[in-house]
Design a protein around this ligand. Structure first.
Ligand SMILES: Cc1cc2nc3c(=O)[nH]c(=O)nc-3n(C[C@H](O)[C@H](O)[C@H](O)COP(=O)(O)OP(=O)(O)OC[C@H]3O[C@@H](n4cnc5c(N)ncnc54)[C@H](O)[C@@H]3O)c2cc1C
Ligand code: SF4
Ligand code: SF4
Length: 512
């Protein structure tokens, strides 16, 4: 509900954390201003994730909606340069920090200051907003995580120099196609890890190699060599191991295994760190040893009253959805601070209905046959453009994928009489038929539980004689086989939905 007395909130950074926080606070009726240093909103969704993986029109539509709600975004306004952090705190009732981890971190390597050495974060940001950036014909990227792959794949697409005064997309697409087909730009990715050890998603590795990015595993960069102040090659060392016996990151190089890789650009994708210099010395905001803002994990409040933080700034580099969740959580805490409203989760009413003739893929018998379908991709040279790589399912494919749905809103319901043991004949049919092994029948002497205020009735039953039917909810795939098997019908499959979510919809009509 809309707050009776709206507050005034400043949000620093228009990344997913800041945007999500602004969205929710605005819906709660507060006045929200986002201060964003870049000329665009979206944070790393716009500046980091390449366009071929996240189409910009999708992102832009979301941002436009948030602006339409009445959120004011001040572009090109860097806190610490254009406006003081203390002033924001003075002029607003609450402040949310969502400035991410936008500074590249690289290992100290000889030659790191030569012309042609770049940070991944800066390289991608420049390409993504069409700023001028020069890369040579042979690019070496260093790192093994997804950022390294984004850099390597973007470098393949990026045909040379883009300038801000020309239409970015056409220039880059044209230049990339020309460079890819005619100039055969070479990209070599140096990774400390073997293929199995790499933290990058396996799909990213496969896709990058399809785009002729050459990955050299178990190689560390020792030195960058140059001529006339420009990069000419990198010297690598073989890596004996990356992790020690305890699984900790402790790379060990093999001396005497130097190899030279000729190149004219080196892009480091070896880590990101938060730039919190705008906080100054006496902000009263505690930082962690990892140089992130320390927060209460439940409320996301910092050590300074009225200031909250979330996303990568508070937890280090993570993923978009976690930043969004943080933004939403902080919005609730800020609303509670401003209005005194209780933030207790509400108990939702559940509507239950019986799922007759339940058509689960497992019960149908094709659960194992229907493999997860890969999303169709753009093939060949067309991939070396900035358009989205995933094309999406056609209707037939989408229906086939939909048929694999595990129907998690349907669950087993055990007849109440079962608890008294009056119907279950302990045939163990459900135990035998369950494909996930999540049901068991145990003698009461083998059952115990931690007592709670709500469990007194169950506690009494457990302390008596008899047999308990136990089900592990975390493994159940809702196939309904136990309900079909039970000879005395004491297991039913029932659907549930929250009445506040679909007040007008009777899902029972949709169950076959
Ligand atoms: C190359 C790359 C690829 C990625 N790929 C994926 C992916 O595929 N899937 C996924 O889920 N996640 C991915 N991530 C991670 C994801 O993008 C981040 O976890 C997420 O964007 C963090 O959100 P945030 O809001 O905390 O910060 P950010 O997205 O970093 O946003 C911070 C914002 O604050 C602004 N800012 C910084 N300092 C100031 C200041 N002083 N004043 C005003 N504004 C400031 C910045 O300009 C930026 O807009 C990727 C990250 C990178 C770098
Ligand atoms: S519905 Fe759950 S408990 Fe029943 S057989 Fe299937 S997986 Fe096992
Ligand atoms: S199939 Fe039915 S009767 Fe048999 S053990 Fe399971 S619940 Fe009891």
């Amino acid at each position: 509900p809309v707050a009776k007395k709206p507050g005034k909130v400043a949000i620093i950074g228009a990344g997913p954390a800041g945007l999500a926080c602004a969205h929710d606070l605005r819906l709660m009726g507060h006045q929200v201003t986002i201060y964003e240093s870049s000329t665009v909103a979206g944070g790393m969704m716009r500046l980091g994730i390449p366009e071929y993986r996240l189409p910009r029109e999708v992102l832009q539509a979301e941002i436009e909606f948030i602006r339409w709600l009445g959120v004011d975004i001040r572009y090109g306004c860097k806190v610490g340069r254009d406006i003081d952090f203390e002033e924001l705190c003075r002029t607003h009732d609450a402040v949310f920090i969502g400035t991410g981890c936008g500074r590249g971190r690289r290992p100290p390597v000889e030659g790191g200051d030569l012309e042609g050495v770049l940070d991944a974060v800066h390289f991608l940001a420049a390409v993504n907003i069409g700023e001028s950036v020069e890369i040579g014909q042979h690019v070496v990227t260093v790192g093994g995580g997804n950022v390294a792959f984004d850099v390597a794949r973007t470098a393949r697409r990026f045909g040379g120099t883009s300038t801000p005064d020309e239409p970015h997309h056409n220039l880059v697409v044209d230049a990339a196609v020309v460079a890819g087909r005619l100039l055969h730009k070479q990209v070599t990715l140096l990774a400390l890890e073997s293929e199995e050890e790499m933290p990058a998603d396996p799909e990213e590795i496969v896709e990058a190699s399809q785009e002729r990015v050459v990955v050299q595993h178990r190689r560390a960069i020792k030195e960058i060599r140059g001529k006339n102040g420009r990069v000419e090659s990198v010297i690598t060392l073989d890596v004996a191991r990356v992790f020690d016996e305890q699984g900790r990151f402790a790379p060990e190089m093999i001396p005497g295994t130097e190899r030279e890789v000729p190149c004219d650009s080196v892009i480091f994708a070896t880590g990101q760190i938060a730039d919190l210099s705008y906080l100054g010395e006496n902000s009263g905001i505690k930082l962690s040893p990892r140089h992130t803002v320390e927060v209460d994990r439940t409320t996301l409040a910092t050590s300074r009253k009225g200031v909250y933080a979330g996303g990568d700034t508070a937890f280090g580099p993570r993923i978009v959805i976690e930043a969004v969740a943080d933004g939403r959580r902080a919005a609730r805490s800020i609303d509670t601070q401003l209005t005194g409203r209780n933030d207790e989760p509400v108990e939702h009413l559940l509507y239950r209905f019986q799922a007759h003739g339940y058509d689960h893929p497992f019960a149908r018998g094709d659960y194992e046959l229907l493999d997860r379908g890969r999303v169709p991709m753009v093939e060949g040279e067309e991939r070396l453009t900035f358009r989205a790589v995933e094309i999406g399912y056609d209707e037939g494919q989408a229906r086939r994928e939909g048929a694999r749905c595990l129907h998690c809103w349907i669950n087993t319901e055990f007849d109440s009489l079962l608890i008294e043991g009056s119907q279950c004949i302990q045939c163990r049919g459900c135990v035998d038929v369950c494909p996930e092994g999540c049901i068991d029948l145990l003698d009461m002497t083998r059952v115990s539980m931690v007592p709670t205020a709500k469990s007194t009735e169950l506690q009494t039953l457990i302390s008596g004689a008899g047999v308990a039917l136990i089900k592990d909810e975390t493994r159940c795939i809702r196939c309904g086989l136990c309900a079909r098997r039970c000879p005395v019908n004491c297991i039913r499959m029932e659907g549930f939905y929250r009445t506040d979510e679909f007040p007008l919809l009777n899902l029972a009509d949709h169950v076959v």
